[in-house]
Design a protein around this ligand. Structure first.
Ligand code: FAD
Ligand code: MLT
Ligand code: ZN
Length: 469
């Protein structure tokens, strides 16, 4: 895809010169996090207002110029990678338009990072609960357009559950103002949900009204060694039933994942004596000070008695809690530090099916390559397992790389047979676009294409991502 320089100049001409990212600053926008897909672009624009973005989009629409929206560029499925299209980064859409502590809402522009969003909520003694490992860089537009999940879905839902209203610029440049703070609004199709999970294929999200929650006053983090995945499922059920909704996170970590993190980050240490096939990081949160410890200790005692937990530790303070979370959050970086290529499967199955999934997928993977290193971890409380596969230590990387699609396909076979999804939270992007074709209901795919064609008739928005057209 190559565009005439006159057409590109027309895009430059409608914006402030500050919105044009100089070529010597293009590199970070062309490198995606995993280093898997190189990017290429003739032009990167960074508008500072919705009106400016609207003018750019309308000029691009007139000239048939395709657009790739980019937020923090932390996506893991190659959704923000340009292959000759113009990149529009939302990094200068930074305004905090409104914060209402009384109404429990805040209205932020797309380029505010997720960590900043959490901070704005905390400043008014409220909680914005969405939390992911990349929150320092990922931004509101990115997390909404991928419908990100993370570690608090169990209690507060995915990104789309945290949005009341949305503003977006459509492919032809029109601004859709759906920025309302209503908790009830039954006036027909709820269009905001098309843009959330739309991965930039229908338009660019510019601002959102986000839900806020009361800030918990007390937290308790426990790191637990469990004898099996089955025990972890039973523990989850027990903790949910007995904690009265105070279980905030329930993360599973496979033994090989923990070992890899400890190998790549030697400054971290194993928190318990026993080595088990799986570990759980559970976090409880309460609106009242001091009520959690007795409740959590009661649950853990019962779990020990039933043999669901064989070792464990409870963080004594925030510092210890952070150290335990560090072990969990470092998984992605640990895999990146490994020299072997990595197959990343982000699947979900009904929670009760997790042990079957893990057993069957392990059998399939080790049947294909006995030395493959299975790095399984994730948001067990949501039925979401990150089932990642590293090639054998000292193995032939090229041979392994050549089989990555087959590994992924076979793991997805197991997932689908258990009524699961091939993408729990990372989205489709370019990584899973072809797999989606074979896994999704044909009528649903047809409806998705109909929506795409109707909102983006010229197919200019993030082409080649999410859907084959
Ligand atoms: P980008 O990567 O910039 O873009 C992602 C997609 O959204 C692209 O298709 C892009 O075109 C589109 N897009 C971006 N901005 C807009 C916009 N304003 N309007 C329309 N489309 C847009 N994900 C989880 O769900 N849970 C996790 O726990 C999690 N942990 C992670 C940990 C690490 C270390 C890393 C590197 C990634 C993790 N991710 C996780 C994946 C990633 O952070 C999320 O997908 C995040 O939502 C992407 O946000 P971003 O701003 O970086 O978006
Ligand atoms: C996580 O939960 O840590 C992320 O989704 C990142 C990953 O899957 O690697
Ligand atoms: Zn995750």
């Amino acid at each position: 895809m190559a565009y005439d320089d006159r057409d590109l100049s027309a895009l430059r001409d409608v914006c402030d010169p500050k919105a044009v990212v100089p070529e010597d600053q293009h590199a970070p926008f062309l490198e995606e996090w995993r280093g898997r897909w190189p990017g290429q672009t003739p032009l990167i624009l960074a508008p500072s207002s919705t009106a400016e973005l609207s003018q750019i989009m309308s000029a691009a629409y007139e000239r048939d110029i395709a657009i790739v929206p980019q937020g923090g560029n932390t996506g893991l499925v190659g959704g923000g990678v340009a292959r000759g299209e113009v990149i529009i980064t939302t990094k200068r859409l930074r305004a905090v338009r409104n914060i209402s502590a009384e109404g429990f809402t805040m209205t932020l522009e797309a380029g505010v990072t997720l960590a900043e969003a959490q901070g704005h909520a905390a400043d008014v003694d409220r909680l914005f609960p969405l939390s992911i490992g990349a929150e320092g860089t990922a931004n509101i537009g990115g997390v909404l357009s991928t419908n990100a999940g993370g570690v608090h879905v169990l209690r507060y839902g995915n990104a789309r559950d945290l949005v009341l209203g949305l503003e977006a610029v459509l492919p032809d440049g029109r601004i859709w103002n759906g920025l309302n703070a209503l908790r009830k609004n039954n006036t027909g199709y709820d269009l905001k949900h098309l843009f959330m999970g739309g991965e930039g294929t229908l338009g660019i999200i510019t601002a959102a009204v986000l839900k806020l929650y009361p800030r918990p006053r007390d937290h308790l983090t426990a790191f637990l060694a469990v004898p099996s995945a089955d025990a972890a499922v039973k523990l989850l059920s027990m903790a949910q039933a007995r904690s009265g909704g105070q279980l905030g996170s329930f993360e599973l970590m496979g033994g090989p994942m923990l070992d890899l993190v400890l190998e790549k980050f030697p400054e971290l240490s194993h928190p318990v004596d026993q080595q088990t096939p799986y570990y759980v990081l559970a976090e409880f949160a309460s609106g009242q000070q001091g009520a959690l410890r007795a409740m959590a200790e009661g649950i853990l005692e019962a779990a020990f008695e039933e043999g669901l937990v064989v070792d464990g530790t409870i963080a004594a303070d925030g510092k210890q809690s952070d150290a335990l979370w560090e072990l969990r959050h470092r998984a992605t970086e640990a895999m990146k530090k490994d020299t072997s290529p990595c197959v990343k499967c982000d699947i979900s199955v009904p929670i009760a099916a997790i042990p079957d999934f893990l057993q069957q997928a392990d059998d399939v993977v080790h049947g294909m390559e006995p030395g493959a290193r299975i790095i399984a971890f994730g948001h067990m409380g949501d039925g979401n397992i990150h089932y990642d596969i590293l090639g054998p230590v000292n193995g032939d990387h090229d041979t392994f790389r050549g089989r990555m699609a087959e590994f992924e396909h076979r793991v997805h076979d197991v997932t689908v047979a258990l009524d699961g999804s091939i993408s729990a939270e990372h989205g489709i992007g370019q990584l899973k676009r072809d797999e989606l074709e074979t896994r999704k209901d044909p009528v649903e795919l047809d409806l998705m294409r109909t929506i795409k064609r109707s909102l983006d008739p010229k197919r200019l928005m993030n082409p080649g991502k999410l859907l084959n057209l």
